[in-house]
Design a protein around this ligand. Sequence first.
Ligand code: S3P
Length: 453
Amino acid sequence: MTPMSEFRVTAISSLHAEFSVPGDKSISHRAAILSGLATGISTIRNFLPSEDCLNTLMAMQALGARHEVLAELAGYGPTQLVIHGQARQLSAPSAPIDCGNSGTGMRLLAGLLAGQAFSSELIGDASLSSRPMGRIITPLGQMGAVIETRGENPGCAPLVIHGCALTPITYQMPVASAQVKSAILLAGLFANGITTVIQPAATRDHTERMLASFGVNIRQDGNTISIEGGQTPVACEFTVPGDISSAAFWLVAAAALPGSRLLLNNVGLNPTRTAILKVLGRMGAHMIDTVHHSSAEPSGNIEIHGAPLTGTTILPGEVPNLIDEIPVIAVAAALASGRTVIRNARELRVKETDRISTVVANLRAMGATVSEFDDGMEIVGAQPLHAAAIDSFGDHRIAMAFAIAGLFATGETVIHNTACVNTSYPGFAHHLQAILNHRSAPEDFTLPTLSYL
Ligand code: S3P
């Protein structure tokens, strides 16, 4: 796909499908990092070959952890691989490490690099270079690392990290961020004693679960998590479930189309990520989610049947659990009768784009009635959507959310600048096209998994 690629989307009258979405982005980052740090050789299955995760994989390679590819998604990258762990002995990279568009990659790697006996530099694209890094620099600085910000924007990347032997801290996080928590826990592995993080609200717990899978002792008491330094992760075999944040686009499409039926196989159902299901259920969608595997990361199937949707209020405690799904929830809200209120979500302003203003601008362009607040938005639903020229603003989730809006609009919606979807969902265009091709088929069709394309 070229940087100027676009999606052309028209309305569908039916969605009857069964397929799988690619592997989870958050879990794939952590699998690459912990495998590279471990003793022994780890095997990772269903790794997400998206640009963000490939950058983290290459970062670990630059730090000495080589990998071998066992299977790949043609045109994208590895889906199955082995990673040779360095038993904590990472080597100094010979060049700046490029995290691309990924806040998760940069913040987790910063935590890892803070405790190394060398200096390193993390760089990113224009979006990442404008995102706040003070939230990790403050705690990692308290642990003893010296982190310089060399960007044009104060407190932003490039980051030059002067690692050192770290001092453990107890840190009360001011924002509910899994990235910040994970950076501190990874640094804590290299601190001399017990490091504790206290979250203001529960955030996704993939780092804690994966550390445990790699044999690291980690303690959790409510929102307080502690890790003792000096432990070495031990290689393991890990299968990454499908990404519920990618599934969310199709779940909304099916939920908002009465009479539709969608079965998504092998989706991650970690309870710190499933608030989207609760919200769609509250809005009126009929859904059955069945956990089939509950090892390190619960996973299973989601079957959803469309129904007339009604608006809802997103609860403050739900926000960290569905922060990445808010753009597509806003689309669902525009299709639902009544009002939907999304507040306490100021964090959206510091994602890949300011997702409050990009969602509001695009919904308004398609005819929706939306009020914008500093910390969210209110949508008055069920105003007919019409086609528009939509800009993704280079944000993968904005491109995909408005492709879904286009499935419900009159006329042809053109979403510009869509190459960014490869940040998290390689193959999204293929799935979209398959759904458009079956736009009025009354029977289920099954999409082969992307690896067989
Ligand atoms: C992520 C955490 C979330 C989320 C991001 C992935 C992670 O960010 O928005 O896409 O993998 O830890 P915050 O924890 O900063 O809210």
